[in-house]
Design a protein around this ligand. Structure first.
Ligand SMILES: Nc1nc2c(c(=O)[nH]1)N[C@H]1C(S)=C(S)[C@@H](COP(=O)(O)OP(=O)(O)OC[C@H]3O[C@@H](n4cnc5c(=O)[nH]c(N)nc54)[C@H](O)[C@@H]3O)O[C@H]1N2
Ligand SMILES: Nc1nc2c(c(=O)[nH]1)N[C@H]1C(S)=C(S)[C@@H](COP(=O)(O)OP(=O)(O)OC[C@H]3O[C@@H](n4cnc5c(=O)[nH]c(N)nc54)[C@H](O)[C@@H]3O)O[C@H]1N2
Ligand SMILES: [Mo]
Length: 675
């Protein structure tokens, strides 16, 4: 019997923490996964999802051979075929489609099944060479970056480690107990040392349970709360005038034209908190020595998402919080420049920029796009039939008999069920990659710790096969992924010196240097924090409405992440699914009573785009007017035909072209009544 080995790896999933892992391998099987205590940020603490990652990796549900559809689309009836036959089938179909419609009739669809720099981007060089339509990858939270940039330009984000120097931590629109457990751990440690901890959310999430104070606002109204607070700061002369004079552009215009109408009373009517609460929040914020706002993505997925982020980002400038260690605002760390990613994405392979298809509007693209229509969809490390807004439209598109769909996956997901060809993918333990984080400044390289399961192949290896099959001759496609990884680590830059590169190559978690971080120099066109931004149509922050407010259904729907899944990943783990229970809708007792509905009842949730069946939970966690459904379930495990995205729309954010997944209104009724 082979001896047990303990090997380092990295969590590949789309989460800000990017944990270091230790994997016990016995006879070629991963038998145990624990957190790496030597990772400088995550320090051995793992979330419930990853504590049994071996169950995902060795799940009996793993796809282990290529499959070809033999039944009706969506039924999941397939027969195994060889890799050679699968690649040949795909390339023959694509050559014929390109000859008839041009290469833009092929659309790649990928997002964040793996965050590794090589595997995540492995399709770009191939599809650029092919001249396929390009995907605008904006499902997550581009409005957050857009809102930040409008005020702060490309100023680097503050270091999350500064949380320990803060005396007031505001977790704003972030459900850290589920989505970033190390942020939660650090915030609670600061609270134990005496810092105040506030949570601002639309419901009493698990994060709110642990806060000193929880503020529950109406969805999409945080801009009003921030404006009300700033009104009080100006009115009560609590602003840091010397800081403003030296660093801020447009304070006078903003406080003279926008803020006068934003009294706490006016803003209370919008956001649902009392005027007195808004006043008190402003006073405590101004009195704090180093207030730290950790901004989540929740409040960005609205018609006004970018404007909300822009408005909140003014707050630290009003009181000069940026001057103090531990003071400021963090939306996401920006480690994009730490590695020369252009060596993987190869934008230079684009001969003529082809059309850009917004991933949130896949439904419309598949059903209505013309000149040319989309005739083939290639999906890799994403599950659009579950995660993309307006699920009914996406599925209508996937049902098209004349759409040739290929899905490269670890599991027979909702999307894979509609494929003509399914290709089996490796898990992160079966391929090497390098990972950076969007919530801290640590990077790490890891090798494969076990061999691929069955015939599974990595994203990169599949694109090399497809390149050959399509007759692409560039030697770029002859290289193994390890060469690309070496190239990413080859040269020093402002983020990494030779010693750090050597440590990275040795598989150690490495804290990157953050260029320009400590200086707090504003990287904007004017060199100041731009509350007034003359380059935009809206030169000043102001209140903008949500979509849902105009749709006319009485309840706001929040479809928030659960601690026991990651978007639609992890539903294969029975023990995690059991902990989630079933797909359920949390509702306030008043809203349930008004509809004569009771706890535990099967209900239909519906609006203008679709309807979803789930179990009702009367809960004190929600406020009247807001309902909450956790998790993006596989339809295989839900009572009706659809998951939660049957209720979300394809409309986009005010800036960043992002999804508006939380900007949704619905109504609810008993499941056995006709809508
Ligand atoms: N366990 C787990 N972890 C995850 C994920 C997961 O699915 N499960 N997803 C990962 C991904 S891809 C991402 S992008 C991150 C996202 O992680 P976060 O930044 O935490 O964002 P969300 O969880 O989408 O939303 C955070 C909270 O904002 C609330 N919210 C919604 N609308 C509003 C609003 O208008 N105002 C306020 N104040 N709050 C609002 C939601 O109800 C939710 O409780 O998490 C990552 N980590
Ligand atoms: N209603 C609602 N919808 C949401 C969200 C929400 O909170 N509510 N969250 C949104 C957010 S923030 C995001 S980021 C998106 C995420 O959307 P996606 O990026 O699609 O994320 P997942 O649902 O995790 O699906 C990833 C798939 O990749 C597969 N995979 C993993 N590793 C590999 C690999 O190496 N190769 C290949 N080929 N496949 C692999 C996994 O098996 C999994 O099925 O969803 C969005 N959709
Ligand atoms: Mo995301």
């Amino acid at each position: 019997m082979e001896k047990e080995k303990l090997l380092r790896s990295v969590c590949p999933f789309d989460c800000p923490d990017t944990c270091g892992l230790l994997v016990t391998v016995e006879n070629g099987r991963a038998v145990k996964v624990t957190g790496d205590p030597e990772h400088p940020v995550t320090r051995g603490l793992l979330c419930p999802k990853m504590q049994h990652y071996e169950d995902t990796v060795h799940s009996s549900r793993r796809l282990t051979t290529p499959l070809m559809r033999v039944g009706i689309k969506g039924t999941g009836e397939f027969a195994p075929i060889s890799w050679q036959a699968a690649i040949k089938h795909i390339c023959t179909a694509w050559k014929a489609l390109i000859a008839e419609h041009g290469a833009e009739c092929i659309l790649p669809y990928s997002y964040a099944g793996t965050m590794g720099l090589v595997q995540r981007n492995a399709g770009h060089p191939f599809f650029h060479t092919l001249g396929a339509s390009r995907l605008d990858r904006t499902i997550c939270s581009p409005a957050k970056g857009a809102g930040w940039n409008m005020i702060m330009g490309s100023t680097p984000a503050m270091d999350p480690a500064e949380i320990e120097d803060s005396d007031l931590i505001i977790l704003w629109g972030i459900n850290a107990a589920a989505t970033s457990i190390h942020t939660m751990r650090d915030a609670l440690a600061a609270k134990q040392r005496g810092a105040r901890l506030w949570v601002i959310d639309t419901w009493t999430s698990r994060t709110a349970d642990t806060a000193g104070e929880s503020f529950v606002v109406k969805p999409g109204t945080d801009g009003a709360l921030a404006l009300g607070m700033m009104h009080v700061l100006v009115r009560d002369r609590l602003c840091d005038q010397p800081f403003i004079q030296a660093n801020v552009l447009g304070f006078e215009e903003f406080s003279g034209t926008v803020l006068p109408d934003c009294s706490p009373e006016n803003m209370a009517a919008v956001c649902g908190l009392d005027a007195a609460t808004i006043e008190r929040m402003a006073h405590i914020y101004a009195a704090a020595k180093a207030p730290f706002i950790r901004l989540g993505s929740g409040l960005t997925r609205y018609a006004n998402g970018a404007m909300t982020v822009r408005t909140i980002t003014c707050l630290p400038a009003f009181i000069g919080a940026w001057q103090k260690k531990g003071g400021g605002l963090l939306s996401a760390t920006s480690t994009g420049a730490a590695f020369p990613q252009h060596l993987v994405t190869r934008e230079d392979f684009i001969k003529n920029p082809t059309r850009l298809v917004n991933m949130n509007q896949l439904g419309a693209a598949l059903n209505t796009l013309d000149s040319p229509p989309i005739k083939s969809l290639y999906v890799y490390h994403s599950n659009p039939a579950a995660v993309t807004p307006d699920q009914n439209a996406v599925i209508r598109g996937l049902m098209r008999e004349d759409l040739f769909t290929v899905v490269h996956e670890r599991f027979l997901t909702d999307t894979a069920r509609y494929a003509d060809i399914v290709l089996p993918a490796t898990s992160s333990l079966e391929h090497a990659d390098i990972y950076r984080s969007y919530g801290n400044y640590v990077a790490q390289y890891c090798e494969a710790v076990i061999a691929p399961l069955g015939e599974a192949k990595s994203n990169w290896d599949v694109f090399c096969l497809l390149a050959k099959g399509m007759g692409m001759e560039d030697p770029f496609f002859d290289q193994p992924a390890s060469v690309l990884i070496d190239q990413l680590l080859a040269e020093n830059n402002a983020w990494r010196d030779e010693a750090m590169n050597a440590a990275l190559r040795a598989g150690e978690p490495v804290r990157l240097r953050v260029p320009g971080k400590a200086k707090r120099v504003w990287q904007t066109p004017s060199g100041r924090i731009e509350i007034l931004n003359k380059h935009l149509d809206e030169v000043l922050p102001r209140l903008l409405p949500t979509h849902a407010a105009q749709d006319g259904y009485p309840l706001s729907l929040q479809s928030a992440p659960t601690p026991y899944a990651l978007n639609s990943s992890f539903y294969e783990q029975d023990r995690l699914r059991v902990r989630q229970g079933q797909m359920q809708l949390l509702i306030h007792a008043e809203d349930a009573a008004a509809r004569r509905l009771y706890d535990g009842q099967e209900v239909l949730v519906f609006n203008q785009v679709g309807e979803v069946q789930c179990t009702l939970r009367v809960s004190e966690r929600t406020r009247p007017g807001t309902v909450v459904c956790e998790g993006v379930w596989w339809t295989e495990f839900v009572a009706g035909k659809c998951g939660i995205n049957a209720l979300t729309s394809q409309r986009l954010t005010d800036s960043g072209r992002g999804s508006t997944l939380y900007d949704v209104s619905v109504d609810v009724q008993a499941a056995n009544q006709p809508v």
